[in-house]
Design a protein around this ligand. Sequence first.
Ligand SMILES: [Zn+2]
Ligand SMILES: [Zn+2]
Length: 412
Amino acid sequence: MILDTSKYLGKCACGREHTLRTKLVVCEYGALKSFDKYMDDCGLTGFRTVIYDTNTYNLPGITHIRADQEIVLEAKGLHSEKGLIEDCMKRFVRKPDYVVVVGGGTLMDFGRWSAWKLGIPFVAIPTIVSSDGFTADICSIIIDGQKKSIPMQAADAVICDMDVIAGAPMFLNIAGVQDILAKHVSIADWKIAHIVSGEYFCQKVCDMAQEALDIMDRCAHEIAAGKKPDLEAMAYTQMLSGLTMQILSNSRAASGAEHLVAHLVEMKPRGFENAHGLHGECVGVGTLMCARAYHKLAQRESVTVHPFVPIDEEWVRWEFGDLAEGILKENENDVLKTFDPQSIAEHWQEIRQVIAAIPSYEELNLLYADIGAKHTLEELGIDPAVEDSFLDISSAIRNRLTLARMTRLIEK
Ligand SMILES: [Zn+2]
Ligand SMILES: [Zn+2]
């Protein structure tokens, strides 16, 4: 599949003018054999520096593309940290005209950061496609010991050679399936926020997210039926998802209340002390919990709401311990203050319709079990007792309007 991203650009019915740095996305078997042609198509010429790590350099199926300088970083201990990236940049024999990175998400940040620093383009050659970061413009990096997600330059081109990607372990691909199926919830959250508060919404971007979701849903059911995974289509959905983030400059279409489980697993508040799991696995369990909670809410034929009250400080301190200050700060300008709570009650039938499009907990749970995906809190080392307060805990950690967060305005 070759995706010419120009079809998403320009003036849109949503009122905005959409732009994308990424011009070309390729997901094909043998794609690296045509790499030079793709670079010509994108107008990328001149001194080419190619960055690998010791793992990706030696991958089976890898084609080493032509390079004016090749840098192979030691894979052991490699992580996205500013100092390490600057060390890598010191190895540049001259300022490249563009940087090409061959690797996974961590290595991409080396290319993203150095290209941004030098004001040059970068090209991504993913060796694994279990996440949607390759076409996004977010850099997740540790600066002075603190992990930061900074909007930064997106790749000018992303070239996935399926011969390379086909060698990745299946559990990583399965986690990638869960990350895309999370859109069952994230799209619903975005639509509901728009209905209730008038938050910005773009049908075109929503359709891109929906297309990624529909394709991945088909792929997941094929895997469940014992068919060979359609890796090309699965990679394509990740690329499409990343492009929605690049267009919006945020993850609205890709990440709703379900994604917060992944953040909680990293933050380790009460009940999550021993939590662990891949991003997609955490998000998968979050999707199940949201599906269950949202469908339960939708059983109510009407709801009563009450006026906004700030988040309960005592509860935050008990639940989050040392993390409480950060959580309270996140909730300072609570998005729940920005609209009339009555709007939830008035639009309740529309909200129920949006929820109706989310598969049931039972259906999703069965699918995850059939494809060998993690699907219980216990598998992630999370205390099952958090299930009851899950919506409250997760929505407290990010000030984004989701149905989970709105439950603070709905009478129990
Ligand atoms: Zn638009
Ligand atoms: Zn995700």
